[in-house]
Ligand binder design. Structure first.
Ligand SMILES: [Zn+2]
Length: 322
């Protein structure tokens, strides 16, 4: 009985990854041990609908271990968009249908607990940093997320590097092909228009229209490449070339110790990484500079069983705005 009394006194941390289609929650104790995890569909019709989504996710993880909202010590949240961590205001999150909305204070009020939020990819970078630090005492890294969107988060001197607008690492919107395909951001030829999941699918269907019914996501593109489909192989190679260059920029700009790659597209594993590793090896072959800065141990693939977005959100709950 003493044990159960202890548990009901236990302080708990909640990490949330609020996405346009689903919202995931991770419940951890104050020592960072995972206790429960869940995901619920995100409703974005109104800010109130989004708050209900978050409430549902939080209640679901608490229910799994029969804990109560009063036990929550702090909540950390990753949000896809432009956010102000100091005030908890979401300036713009198109996928969540939010503009200048005080999401942090609203969640705080609902659970009567401090809440910290940060851009989702920057949050995942914090999670990736925690993951790498379990193995190596690094002080810097860049986490590159390749999914529906493409972005990076940068950790320098052990801390998240936000930049003036909190946008440091938005490499998905660097123009790599002037005059290329129009991007959601309004520019043409952004990196994202070539290497994101939807971009791979679009390029394959354009090259091989007969595959329209069979290719739904980037995993299908990589699978087709493995099966020997020449059009898919050409796209996979093009993606690898562009991503190896993006990795090189990040290393040259920030001189980080590690590059960690994650996100939905990377779940294909080896077929995804092989073209990138090949391109980096080519760079090293001709350049002592590349050999010095882009060694084989530089680039890591995030294992699929570790969710950097959720663990980063738990770290936010631990650290607050520090
Ligand atoms: Zn763009």
């Amino acid at each position: 009985m003493v044990e159960s009394t202890d548990f009901f006194m236990q302080r708990l941390l909640i990490g949330l990854d609020v996405g346009g289609t689903k919202t995931a929650a991770l419940l951890a104790d104050v020592n960072g041990k995972a206790l429960a995890e869940t995901a619920v569909p995100t409703y974005t019709t109104t800010p109130e609908a989004l708050l209900s989504t978050i409430t549902r996710a939080v209640r679901a993880v608490l229910a799994e271990v029969r804990a109560t909202p009063r036990q929550i010590e702090c909540i950390g949240m990753g949000v896809p968009g432009l956010v102000d961590p100091a005030t908890g205001i979401v300036q713009l999150a198109v996928n969540l249908n939010l503009q200048r909305y005080p999401l942090g204070p609203a969640v705080s009020a609902r659970f009567k607990t401090p809440t910290f939020l940060e851009n989702d990819v920057r949050t995942a970078a914090v999670g990736a940093f925690a993951y790498v630090q379990q193995m190596e005492p690094v002080q810097s890294l860049a986490y590159v997320s390749i999914g529906t969107g493409v972005a990076a988060g940068v950790i320098l001197n052990g801390r998240l590097h936000r930049g003036h607008n909190g946008m440091a690492g938005e490499i998905g919107h660097m123009i790599v092909e002037p005059g290329g395909e129009r991007c959601n951001c309004g520019q043409h030829g952004c990196l994202e228009t070539i290497v994101s999941g939807p971009a791979s699918v679009r390029q394959l269907i354009a090259a091989a229209p007969e595959m329209q019914t069979t290719v739904r996501n980037a995993g299908d593109v990589y699978e087709a490449a493995v099966q020997g489909n020449a059009a898919a192989q050409a796209i996979v190679q093009r993606v690898g070339q562009h991503l190896s260059r993006a990795i090189q920029w990040l290393v040259m700009m920030y001189d980080v110790e590690k590059i960690v790659i994650g996100g939905g597209v990377t779940r294909s594993g080896d077929p995804f990484m092989a073209p990138i590793r090949h391109e980096l090896a080519q760079l090293r072959q001709h350049s002592p500079l590349a050999t010095a800065l882009l060694g084989e141990e530089k680039v890591h693939l995030m294992p699929p069983d570790y969710n950097p977005g959720l663990w980063g959100a738990v770290r936010l709950a631990v650290n607050g705005n520090r």
